[in-house]
Design a protein around this ligand. Structure first.
Ligand code: SF4
Length: 337
């Protein structure tokens, strides 16, 4: 009797709950935040892209196990074992160091490191992606004006951060009568040009170089940027990095040479890809060109410049969360005070 009354009260409570409207509406589901490696992380990606990344990010075998196999293979008594595909791509650190002593040979791990940095850069934007010299001129401009604006951005870029360079180009575009063209640069007086270039390092000299280069372009190259790196290199204020980048950005010619800036020079040396003196960017370019396939020459500049801007910086390289730390001889490198 008691059991029957309990059951009926339970049933009536359930019926009452079902009949009455919900008092508090269920809060909408919030999407989980996307994995952010740093503040520059981009928005979520399509599922195919994420699957591809997860596949690529599968953790490697423990370093100790890889080193043990490598040691065993070096001993004369060791049984001959075929390397797995993963090991072939990712050799033990000891092997990497011995190969790096051969300066003109490609570093054995370079493709793996390149892929990892490329993957990192896909997920982490940097100032060069939005303010770099290659994208400051609008592609809808007449071709000669587009090339001159790109050339100007390159000329101003040495030892200047991308935001300061982009701001100066914007001032030239908006404050020169007629915009940033060869004619307007030739017409404006040097002092006005210098004031428009404030914020750019060595802006006093660069204003003079810009006017001089504009005059040469008018006199010798039909008011256009030359289509030869050697000719661009002869213009005032232009170094090898700018000449090769001008060939890429202005003419789409990627095989004239690699554009090596301070970030690229520093990182290539840290990774052991080259062994060149501090500030000798030209030596770095020549060493890289001895082994890096030409198809990478254009792509590698923005990849490594951005990596140097947001991750492997000169003062605070983020080695503790670096995607290539296990392949980097300068991991935990402490910069000079
Ligand atoms: S491990 Fe450190 S020094 Fe080496 S590439 Fe990464 S951030 Fe730069």
């Amino acid at each position: 009797m008691q059991t029957r009354s309990k059951t009926s009260s339970l049933l009536s409570a359930k019926a009452a709950a079902a009949a009455s409207p919900a008092t508090t509406p269920r809060p909408p589901l919030k999407p989980k935040p996307f994995l952010q490696l740093n503040k520059h992380a981009t928005t979520p990606l399509p599922i195919q892209e994420m699957n591809w990344r997860m596949e690529r990010l599968t953790p490697p075998p423990p370093a100790a196990a890889v080193a043990k196999v490598a040691l065993a293979r070096n001993s004369p008594d060791a049984p001959k074992v075929e390397a797995s595909p993963l090991e072939r791509r990712r050799p033990a650190a000891a092997t990497v160091r011995s190969k790096q002593e051969l300066p003109k040979n490609p570093p054995v791990n370079w493709e793996y490191v390149y892929d990892e940095i490329k993957l990192f850069r896909r997920m982490n934007s940097a100032p060069v992606d939005t303010l770099g010299c290659g994208i400051l001129a609008s592609p809808t401009l007449p071709p000669k004006v587009f090339r001159f604006q790109t050339f100007t951005a390159l000329l101003l870029s040495s030892q200047t951060k991308d935001p300061a360079n982009a701001a100066a180009i914007e001032r030239l575009k908006t404050q020169l009568p007629g915009g940033l063209t060869i004619e307007s640069v030739l017409e404006v007086d040097v002092k006005t040009l210098q004031s428009l270039l404030r914020g750019v390092s060595f802006h006093m000299k660069k204003a003079v170089y810009l006017k001089g280069a504009a005059q040469i372009l008018v006199d010798q190259f039909d008011s256009d940027v030359p289509k030869e790196a050697n000719e661009i290199l002869k213009l005032p204020g232009i170094g090898p990095k700018m000449a090769h980048l001008a060939m890429q950005f202005c003419w789409g010619i990627n095989d004239s040479g690699i554009g090596v800036d301070t970030h690229f020079h520093r990182i290539a040396n840290k990774l052991g890809w080259v062994h060149t003196k501090e500030y000798d960017h030209e030596a770095t370019r020549k060493e890289l060109q001895q082994w890096l396939p030409v198809k990478y020459w254009a792509e590698i500049n923005p990849l490594f410049v951005g990596f140097g801007q947001v991750h492997c910086t000169a003062d605070h390289p983020l080695c503790h969360k670096c995607p290539v730390s296990d392949m980097c001889p300068k991991k935990d490198f402490k910069p000079r005070k």
